[in-house]
Design a protein around this ligand. Structure first.
Ligand SMILES: Nc1ncnc2c1ncn2[C@@H]1O[C@H](COP(=O)(O)OP(=O)(O)OP(=O)(O)O)[C@@H](O)[C@H]1O
Ligand SMILES: [Mg+2]
Length: 1037
């Protein structure tokens, strides 16, 4: 993220921009140099840049760095940020750009890388290595857990430098050991662990330093910076001059070194790397004991054998190593010789004793150094063994030439020779071979191949190392000189080998007798053979080994295991060991992708701002920079296997995205044509694509970066869609499941319901069939249902009135009895209700009606119609009765009066009259006159026809008869007659007659009224003199 941000947020310094400044600061990539074959032009450019404090220049992806010997302020956090995630050539050259590109290449390609940092002593290799480490410490993502790994990795440097670096004539902080460090990264790019391999420490420095040089820094740091208490415990004085191991190079303070501060840093680092207090105590015990050992002096006794001058120093050694002083003393002054059956102690001469003492000091220091490296490795170990990639940093002692060069310089320069060979193999040679193999047109570049020198040193049977080993192992008197002679014998004719004897006059002058000279790739070096045999053997007397393994100092005991003493096998010589470890290193490096940093020294005086043309020209030459540039210029900046290239950039062309099914080479060509590159920009090899200019590649890479984001969005969208679709699918499935379950539940319910219904229907049918039988289990429910249903229906269909005798729901047989009882009950209820509702008036009416019924029911036709007509109290109100009449009859109390038609007895003429009934008599009134009074007592009878006419005949007793019977017609026949019979209290006087009624016209004279029924109601006098009454037929009849 951060890297990406930096990438996009950083204004790019494009090539054109850089070109404007070319005159002043030179060009930043030698590949762009016009006169690329001119060494002078090359140096000019370097110098131009150096003078502008631009110490870095590229040759393609190789970084040339010129030591400025001053702080430039280009290693700040801000600078790191600028270079994070930015492609090569987009910014001025910097070691951070290289580090960042290696890191990204590692992450994208998931492979291992390494930095080959080379250059002579003091050129800036160790500094470059530290800068890369610091860059990763800041730029890589990290977790709190990994913070500690990162810190340990960073602080391992001051510790290793304290114990493994020293001031030499070439460099104030010269690495006196080789270091290869692996930084391990996980897939996320976090630094998860590290591992260090160390190579051949220059142990001889412990006991001897050349003039102007110092011992390893740690001694000075301890003496100068160590706390009072520490020094007291170690028995040391705060004075370097006091220790003979520290003053051989004529010690003086060095301006660039601050031992006090360095002590603090180193001491603090030990704690961070997990050194326990005990470890530190033992470690410093060894350092102290070496200083004391150096001060142990011997003198010759009477027999010339070595004797301790003073025991004081040895006591301290004894105390610090935890070995009895007597044992120590014996081991330093005697040698144990194993005779056939016994061991004999042979006393040392003074020289021998000094040799034994120095050998012990060197062995102690050398093994302690290895122990420190292992201890650091333990603390850097990555406990997670899952897949990881590594970036290796190789910082080895640089090529060096001193006034006197010994075995150590031989090894160091051999090592540089090997690295140069590796460089040649990986770049120049392999590059040219690759062009050939790929069938790319190519003009071979001549370069110096140093294999011849490597072979001279390491050839299995004839190499210098084999010679030396043979000389070391050969029985008889072998010396450094015999070794030299053998060399002369075997190598005499080799073009890169020369000795004093073999040289011509001119050269001989420059050499000593005991010297041999090698023409290294980086120049001639004259080695002095003195010490070669001893140093290669690196033998420790057996009794010293025996003694030291019993040390109470834990580290010492660990470093001198008993197995080593017991082993009879001759240990491998130093040179052989070194040779095989370099072979192993070569293998490790060959399996990784290389990045090169070539360090150049600007001047020998270590002064800032000085650019020594000669010195730089020499380095440019032997480092093969010109050849490298020529190969680069003639060749192609970038190449990749078609598959790899296509895999990465295929999204840039529709034809190759998302898959290219054909031959990868064709796909790549299609892709490049699509991107619009000209034929000259690239070449098609057999298995690889070659791109000539870096800028072409960067343009592709930039397009890829943009495309990547677009693709990411597309993939993201697709994925989101896929996720949502999945979710939807799931929900749909869930819904279907729920639906299915629900339907199942419903179906089961339905089935149960139907089963239940079948049962019920069955029961119902069975019940129906057995409904007339006595109640059994089969029909009891049905019968209950029938009862219930009948009663429910009945409830809604009950007769509403007392008169309704017909409405009654026919009961099924089972409830017949109950129905009957209910019917009666209901009737009684209706009657009761009716009766309760009857008023006094209605009651009176009814009583009248009862009387009427008794009189007429079933007798007279018009009776039924009369039933519904209520009776009135009277039909003529008293106002309508003549006052005179009233006057006459009032005292009798009028009970009822009604208009009637009176038919004359003679002639039957109808005359309207009022019939007034009083308490005692009935009056027939004609307006103002009472025409006839019939006392009730004299009322003999009343006759009416059985038809529907309104004729009534009042029969009057003959004794009171003045006028005869009354023939009347009344519209309210039943009412009138009922009232009359009531008032007269004569119920049985009313007779209903069929046919004719006979009546008295006057006493003795009878008349008749005949009744018949016809179409029309009429009353007339018939021809027979009877009154003929025709009435309409009553409907109800
Ligand atoms: N990039 C740099 N900026 C400033 N000073 C530098 C730089 N590189 C090196 N130096 C100076 O040069 C000195 C020597 O550098 P360094 O120790 O890295 O050399 P070296 O190549 O490791 O030598 P050797 O082979 O002896 O170990 C450093 O102590 C430092 O003072
Ligand atoms: Mg170094």
């Amino acid at each position: 993220m951060q890297r990406q941000k930096m990438r996009s947020g950083q204004p790019r310094l494009d090539l054109e921009g850089a070109l404007i400044a070319r005159d002043r600061v030179g060009i930043q990539d030698f590949v762009l140099l016009d006169a690329f074959t001119s060494e002078t032009a090359f140096l000019d450019n370097l110098k131009k840049r150096f003078n502008e404090n631009l110490i870095y220049t590229y040759i393609g992806t190789l970084l040339v760095s010129v030591n400025p010997y001053k702080e430039l302020g280009i290693y700040t956090k801000k600078q790191m940020d600028i270079y994070m995630g930015v492609n090569f050539f987009e910014l001025p050259p910097h070691i951070y750009a290289l580090a960042d590109n290696a890191y990204h290449a590692m992450l994208t390609e998931m492979n291992n890388h390494f930095f080959l940092i080379s250059g002579e002593s003091g050129a800036g290799k160790t500094e470059a290595c530290k800068k890369i480490l610091q860059f990763y410490a800041v730029s890589c993502p990290t977790s709190s857990l990994l913070d500690s790994i990162r810190d340990r990795m960073l602080v391992s440097n001051p510790v290793l430098e304290a114990f493994g670096n020293a001031k030499t004539l070439k460099n104030d902080n010269s690495s006196r050991f080789g270091k290869y460090m692996d930084i391990q990264f996980d897939r996320q790019g976090e630094a998860v662990g590290g591992h260090i391999l160390s190579y051949l420490l220059e142990k001889s420095r412990v006991v001897h330093q050349n003039h102007g040089e110092r011992n390893f820094h740690i001694f000075y740091q301890l003496v100068e910076g160590g706390e009072e208490e520490t020094l007291r415990l170690l028995g040391l004085e705060r004075d370097c001059k006091h220790y003979s191991y520290l003053v051989q190079g004529e010690y003086r303070t060095v301006r660039t070194i601050n031992d006090k501060n360095d002590w603090k840093t180193m001491r603090n680092a030990l704690t961070i790397i997990n050194f326990s207090e005990k470890d530190i105590e033992h470690l410093l015990g060894i350092v102290g004991s070496v200083l004391h050992l150096g001060n142990v002096q011997f003198e010759a006794d009477r027999d010339g054998y070595a004797r301790l001058s003073s025991k004081a120093e040895l006591r301290w050694v004894s105390k610090l190593l935890g070995i009895h002083v007597q044992v120590l003393q014996e081991a330093l002054t005697f040698r144990k010789i194993e005779a056939k059956t016994e061991e004999v102690l042979s006393p040392f001469s003074v020289d021998h004793a000094i040799y034994a003492r120095d050998a012990l000091a060197k062995a102690l220091y050398g093994r302690m150094f290895t122990w420190i490296v292992n201890k650091i490795n333990d603390s850097l170990e990555n406990l997670d063994s899952s897949k990881k990639t590594v970036i290796g940093l190789l910082d080895i002692y640089g090529f060096e030439v001193f006034y006197v060069n010994s075995f150590e310089q031989f090894c160091i320069n051999y090592c540089n020779e090997k690295l140069q060979q590796l460089f040649i193999q990986l770049t120049l040679k392999s590059e040219q071979e690759e062009y050939e193999a790929e069938g790319i047109e190519w003009e071979p570049v001549q370069f110096f191949n140093n294999k011849i020198i490597c072979d001279l040193v390491e050839e299995k049977r004839t190499g210098i190392i084999t010679m030396l080993d043979e000389e070391c192992m050969r029985p008889g008197d072998t010396t450094d000189i015999t070794f030299l002679e053998r060399l002369e014998e075997r190598m005499g004719s080799h073009p890169h080998f020369i000795t004093h004897r073999l040289a011509d006059q001119r050269i001989r002058k420059t050499m000593e007798r005991g010297d041999f000279r090698l023409l290294h790739y980086a120049g001639e070096v004259t080695y002095c053979v003195v010490g070669f045999i001893d140093k290669n053997n690196d033998l420790l007397y057996r009794n010293i080994k025996d003694m030291i393994r019993h040390s109470k100092n834990g580290i010492v005991r660990h470093c001198f295991p008993p197995t080593e003493v017991d082993s009879k096998k001759r240990p491998e010589t130093v040179a052989s060991q070194f040779k095989s470890s370099l072979a192993e290193l070569t293998e490790i490096l060959m399996a990784k992708q290389p990045w090169y940093i070539r360090c150049l020294k600007s001047n020998e005086a270590k002064q800032p701002g000085r650019f020594d043309d000669m010195l730089v020209r020499h380095q440019v030459k032997y480092l093969g920079l010109m050849e490298h540039l020529r190969v680069r210029r003639a060749g192609f900046a970038y190449r990749r296997r078609y598959e790899v290239f296509l895999q990465r950039y295929k999204p840039l062309c529709p034809a190759t995205w998302p898959h290219w099914k054909g031959v990868p080479a064709v796909g790549v060509e299609k892709l490049l044509i699509h991107l619009g590159y000209k034929e000259d920009d690239y070449k098609i090899g057999r298995t690889k694509i070659f791109i000539r200019h870096p800028k072409t590649l960067f343009a592709i890479e930039d397009a890829y970066e943009i495309c990547k984001h677009e693709l990411a969005s597309k993939i993201q969208a697709k994925y989101k869609g896929y996720r949502v679709k999945n979710e939807f699918q799931k929900q749909k499935e869930a819904a279907t499941k729920i639906e299915t379950c629900w339907r199942g539940v419903q179906a089961r319910k339905e089935r149960e319901r139907r089963a239940w219904a079948v049962k019920v229907i069955k029961k119902f049918i069975k019940g129906y069939m057995t409904r007339h039988e006595a109640s059994t289990t089969d029909n009891s429910e049905y019968l209950t249902f029938v009862r219930h249903s009948y009663l429910t229906r009945l409830k809604n269909q009950l007769p509403k009135t007392v008169l309704d005798k017909t409405t009654w729901l026919a009961p099924p047989p089972v409830v017949k009895e109950a129905s009957e009882m209910l019917r009666k009950l209901h009737m009684r209820l209706l009657v009761r209700r009716y009766v309760r509702g009857v008023t006094a008036q209605q009651k009176a009416q009814l009583q009248l009606k009862v009387v009427t019924s008794e009189l007429f029911k079933g007798k007279k036709d018009s009776y039924p119609q009369s039933l519904a007509k209520p009776f009135a109290d009277t039909r003529i109100s008293e106002h309508d009765i003549n006052a005179n009449v009233l006057q006459i009859i009032r005292h009798e109390r009028i009970k009822y009066s009604t208009p009637v038609v009176k038919y004359d007895r003679n002639g039957f003429k109808p005359r309207p009259r009022q019939l007034i009934l009083t308490q005692t008599a009935a009056y027939l009134v004609e307006e103002t006159k009472i025409k006839q009074r019939v006392e009730y007592s004299s009322l003999k009878g009343i006759s009416v026809s059985n038809l529907s006419d309104g004729i009534l005949i009042l029969h009057v007793a003959p004794e009171v008869k003045q006028k005869g019977d009354l023939v009347l017609q009344c519209d309210h026949l039943f009412e009138t007659l009922t009232k009359l019979s009531m008032v007269a209290n004569k119920r049985n006087v009313v007779k209903v007659v069929q046919g004719s009624i006979k009546f008295d016209i006057k006493p003795g004279k009878e008349g008749y009224v005949d009744f018949s029924s016809g179409q029309e109601a009429m009353v007339y006098k018939a021809k027979n003199g009877h009154l003929m009454v025709v009435s309409t037929r009553s409907k109800s009849r």
